[in-house]
Design a protein around this ligand. Structure first.
Ligand SMILES: Cc1ncc(COP(=O)(O)O)c(C=O)c1O
Length: 447
């Protein structure tokens, strides 16, 4: 669909004051806004019609590309047929259909799906399911949750408590009690410029044994990690690390939660990172790619045995006191079904897997540019660490993002002084080349 030039969607906003932007320096943004008015496939468009190549699948979510016709049509049809239906005590058919399609993509017996609306809600839902699971089994003393330094699990109180990014935690009080953290898996000295999973670092999983010895396994409910830590700057797991975490959790009856909000739906060349790594968690938190970012949706996939543990007691009694007004929202379900069809019909997960070597080579070719400290790649994802400016951490990458957008017509994501790239899975080889040529120019320009 092409919008007429006078379409309301293409207008400049009436004023920039009222909207408080999330995770954004508001005053700097409002002085030089980066406004997007339209998107199609691999590109965003600005109000003056400039195309911007999407190097970040929006915010790690638009895996099938933007405003894809089958998804747009499915949302429109659903809005007309059934705009909303509650999922408390009622339901609609697409919720069941999407749950079974998501379950079919998940490994092993991960076959029960709980829906919510975002990654943050997915994480909090997973943590609550883990706690309640132990409770209904008579192990109510298992209340501790273990996260990891540098982990990002969204912004709910559960997520920031198990998360390990200081700025996301320090302003918000005491957080959840009874949380401990594994060490981060990154070590530049041992891992710099690794393609895929670094060889060094599996032993860091053994810190879980130290935590178990400290608190006793009988007090620990779950461990949550991102299989590949995306938001902190693309940290693939060391070879063997996830296997080791799984083994320790098994030894002590601790649930293992994979936060696959970024890694789910093809980012690492498989439906889920659990499949890529051959490690089966007990719960998977997902969001983003499930609808290719088109309608907010998240969820948790649970192993059958976890669901079964709740299905006891009187049949008329609610088993889990948790849910959201918009759980399994009809528009999100319709968008999800259409997105999963696209992933399947266009073979997009396999496509990401096939493009991984080329993507990794293109990223690593930036190694010798001025002030590049490390480059990491995995799936269709790359993290590039830039040397920060003295006394101004983050300033160089922020300038790189601005230059990429205004001068190069490229959207990149930055966190601290790290550039992250994670294009939609429909990206063509030539566009990968274009992306890294542009990134190379902004790295040189900001050196
Ligand atoms: C691993 C992970 N978990 C949770 C979230 C939070 O998702 P949302 O922003 O949809 O709440 C994110 C967002 O980037 C994420 O990367």
């Amino acid at each position: 669909m092409t919008l007429a030039p006078d379409s309301a969607a293409l207008r400049q906003p009436n004023d920039l004051e009222s909207f408080w932007l999330p995770f954004t320096p508001n005053r700097a943004f409002k002085r030089a806004p980066r406004l997007l008015v339209r998107a199609k496939d691999m590109h965003y468009y600005t109000a003056d019609g400039r195309a911007v190549l999407d190097g970040t699948a929006g915010l790690w979510c638009s895996n099938a590309g933007h405003s894809r016709d089958p998804i747009v049509a499915a949302i429109a049809r659903q809005a007309e047929a059934l705009d909303y239906a509650p999922a408390f005590q009622f339901a609609h058919p697409q919720a069941f259909e999407l749950a079974s399609r998501v379950a079919a993509l998940a490994p092993a017996d991960l076959d029960r799906v709980f829906f919510c609306n975002s990654g943050s809600e997915a994480v909090d839902t997973a943590l609550k399911i883990a706690l309640a699971y132990h409770h209904v089994r008579g192990e109510g003393a298992r209340t501790r949750l273990i996260g990891r330094e540098r982990g990002y699990h969204g912004v709910g109180f559960g997520g920031i408590s198990v998360g390990g990014i200081v700025n996301n935690r320090k302003f918000f009080g005491a957080l959840l009690a009874g949380v401990d953290h594994l060490p981060a898996t990154y070590n530049r000295e041992h891992q710099a410029f690794s393609k895929g999973e670094p060889q060094w670092g599996a032993h860091l999983a053994d810190d879980l044994e130290r935590i178990v010895a400290l608190h006793d396994a009988a007090t620990i409910a779950a461990v949550i990690v991102e299989p590949m830590a995306g938001s902190t700057g693309v940290l693939p797991p060391p070879q063997g690390y996830l296997e080791r975490l799984r083994a320790i959790c098994d030894r002590h009856g601790i649930l293992l939660i994979f936060d696959e909000v970024i890694t789910g739906f093809g980012r690492l060349g498989h439906a889920f990172a659990a499949e890529r790594y051959g490690v089966t968690p007990d719960l998977i938190a997902f969001a983003k790619g499930v609808t290719s970012g088109s309608v907010p949706m998240g969820g948790v996939i649970a192993r059958g045995g976890i669901y079964d543990a709740f299905m006891r007691g009187p049949e008329q009694a609610i088993e889990l006191f948790h849910g959201y007004t918009y759980s399994a929202h009809p528009l999100a379900c319709a968008a999800g079904l259409a997105a999963l069809d696209l992933y399947r019909d266009e073979g997009l997960f396999e496509r990401a897997r096939g493009l991984e070597p080329l993507f990794a080579d293109a990223a690593m070719a930036l190694k010798e540019l001025p002030g590049v400290l490390d480059i990491r790649t995995v799936g269709l994802t790359a993290g590039i660490d830039l040397a920060p400016r003295a006394g101004a951490p983050g300033a160089r990458a922020a300038e790189a993002m601005n230059r990429a957008f205004h001068d190069e017509g490229l959207m990149i994501r930055v966190t601290g002084d790290t550039i992250a790239l994670c294009p939609p899975l429909i990206v063509r080889e030539a566009q990968i080349g274009e992306m890294f040529v542009k990134v190379a120019r902004v790295i040189r320009a900001t050196a």
